[in-house]
Design a binder for this molecule. Structure first.
Ligand code: IPM
Ligand code: MG
Length: 359
């Protein structure tokens, strides 16, 4: 194994963020101690905690550190205290600005089911057994960032602009086709082309990029139908390619197929930066109770080993260890069907023990 050397930035953020980051660090520390890696890490603030301390959800010091790190691990952002702030002082705007600043236009959200959680999903087992989808979500365009936006008419009207350019759609479409070439060569592009011009351009552009990938079976689906099909017959999907807003919604929906939103990791990439975070949010209602499921965060570091460090052997060890722990019956509160469950730190430690047995 080649020794991995890297410097990463930790952005624990709000709510359950710090608790899940802590479990990820236990694993990174172990890989450092056992000489597999030499990963140094620094900390910075983002979200509500940054607003409290510097009145800015993305302070300049955080931007500086983020730009200089090889990759970023983020816990979560979002607090009740700041949820009614004006947009630029909302915790979420820290994350959105960071994505934009680092040009993280590719968001990869794998949706897969651990066999031992087959009964935890609200769907019947036969619909989800061996489920393995990847959602490729465009992350820095669309109605999230389109201008103009704001309030008008004495605050009696609110407006946002849904917008995509051919270039923005082309680069994310290429990425999705490339991923699908390494999988089962099926891409479903999701839009709302029966109503929206943005989506008509999206569809045309994706089709035109698709011509360079003749082996890939490309289909198009409207978002409303896709939301329904994902529950009706999720295994029809392999790679789902979609825009920022539709991807946000579909990925939350898809996470429930796997039993809990606490299970799913994500990677956000540009050509030079990478950020890894669980897809779940800050969950303020359960924060500080040592009950959040750390698996999404731990699987996010598995993605970091795969995408940033090109060490698929280590990411496989992490994934396999998660699988083994789940198989042994250890589950956190979100998944447990009884009063018995592992705490956040117990789950992290169990997975770490399993990793030690597998390295
Ligand atoms: C996500 C989150 C974010 C988003 C929020 C926190 C701004 O829901 O990463 O899915 O909407 O993109
Ligand atoms: Mg979301």
């Amino acid at each position: 194994m080649k020794k991995i050397s890297s410097n990463i930035l930790l952005l624990p953020g709000d709510g359950v963020g710090p608790e899940v980051i802590k479990e990820a660090i236990k694993i990174i520390d172990y890989f450092n101690e056992s000489n597999v890696c030499n990963i140094s890490y620094d900390n910075a603030e983002i979200g509500g905690v940054a607003i409290d301390n510097s009145n800015n959800p993305l302070p300049a010091a955080t931007i500086e550190k983020a730009k200089n790190s090889d990759c970023i691990l983020l816990g979560a952002v979002g607090t009740k205290k700041h949820e009614n702030n004006e947009n630029k002082l909302k915790p979420e705007s820290g994350l959105l600005s960071l994505r934009k600043l680092l040009n993280l236009y590719i968001n990869i959200r794998p949706v897969f089911l651990f066999q031992s959680l087959l009964d935890s999903s609200s769907l019947k087992p036969e619909y989800i057994e061996d489920l393995d989808i990847v959602i490729i979500r465009e992350l820095i365009g669309d109605v999230y960032f389109g201008e103009p936006r704001g309030f008008d008419n004495d605050n009696k009207t609110g407006f946002n602009t849904m917008k995509y350019s051919v270039d923005e759609v082309s680069r994310i479409a290429k990425y999705a086709f490339e991923i699908s070439m390494r999988r089962s060569k099926r891409v479903t592009s999701v839009d709302k082309a029966n109503v929206l011009e943005t989506s008509q351009l999206w569809r045309e552009t994706v089709s035109s990029i698709g011509k360079d990938y003749a082996q890939v079976d490309l289909s198009h689906m409207y978002i409303d139908n896709a939301a329904m099909q994902l529950i009706r017959n999720p295994k029809q999907f392999d790679v789902i390619l979609t825009g920022n807003l539709f991807g946000d919604i579909l990925s939350d929906e898809a996470s429930m197929l796997t039993g809990s939103i606490g299970m799913l990791p994500s990677a956000s990439l540009s050509d030079s930066h990478a950020l890894y975070e669980p897809i779940h949010g800050s969950a303020p209602d359960i924060a500080g109770k040592n009950i959040v499921n750390p698996i999404a965060m731990i699987l996010s570091i598995a993605m970091m080993f795969e995408y940033s460090f090109k060490a698929p052997d280590i990411s496989n060890i992490i994934r396999q260890s998660v699988e083994n722990v789940l198989k042994s019956g250890t589950v956190t509160k979100d998944i447990s069907q009884s009063k018995d469950y592992a705490t956040t730190s117990e789950m992290g430690s169990k997975i770490l023990e399993e990793i030690k047995n597998n390295v």
